[in-house]
Design a protein around this ligand. Structure first.
Ligand code: NI
Length: 176
């Protein structure tokens, strides 16, 4: 079922979400189905459970087939639960981000260039993967939602935060 996505200003986006304690349950399956439907409908590159008002540490992301995300083709379709992120090296990279909870805008955000993420899939199986570039950016963006952080809070140069049409015209860069 397609769910409505909360927008910045809703206090539910600012919570530190709760860990998932039971895997393979009908409730978790239903949540993930709704998240997939919602992300596909909105052509997002990722979605976090708090964005549909669910206070759990669950994110999904992936390349899908959206032509809006040519860089996202290399991002594997992933369910990531109770994630932990570890920077690999100290290199950071700036890039444009958007967010389904901040519609119509983009901001220039520094992120770790490479990282390792660890967590669980929907069956409770341990997942460990290394990522870089756009893949790493999407993971950091989505996992930030689990700690109540929206990307505008990470924009350092506010002259590079604005409406898509004003910043880029008809040719916006890929972003969540
Ligand atoms: Ni977002």
């Amino acid at each position: 079922m397609i769910r409505s996505v909360l927008r910045m200003g809703d206090p539910r986006l600012l919570r530190v979400a709760q860990p998932v304690t039971a895997f393979g349950t009908p409730e978790l399956d239903a949540l993930l189905a709704d998240m997939r439907d919602t992300m596909a409908h909105l052509e997002g590159a990722g979605l976090a459970a708090p964005q549909i008002g669910v206070d759990l540490r669950v994110v999904i992301f992936g390349g899908g087939t959206s032509p809006r995300y040519p860089d996202a083709a290399e991002v594997p379709d992933t369910v990531l639960i109770n994630p932990e992120l570890l920077a690999l090296g100290d290199e950071e990279e700036d890039g444009w981000e958007g967010c389904l909870s901040v519609p119509g805008l983009r901001g220039w955000v520094p992120r770790w260039k490479r990282l390792r993420y660890v967590g669980y899939d929907e069956h409770g199986k341990r997942l460990t993967r290394d990522a870089e570039d756009f893949h790493a950016r999407v993971v950091q963006h989505e996992c930030d939602h689990l700690d109540g952080i929206l990307y505008p809070m990470r924009v350092q140069d506010m002259t590079r935060f604005g409406f898509v049409e004003e910043l880029f015209g008809d040719n916006p860069p890929p972003a969540e």
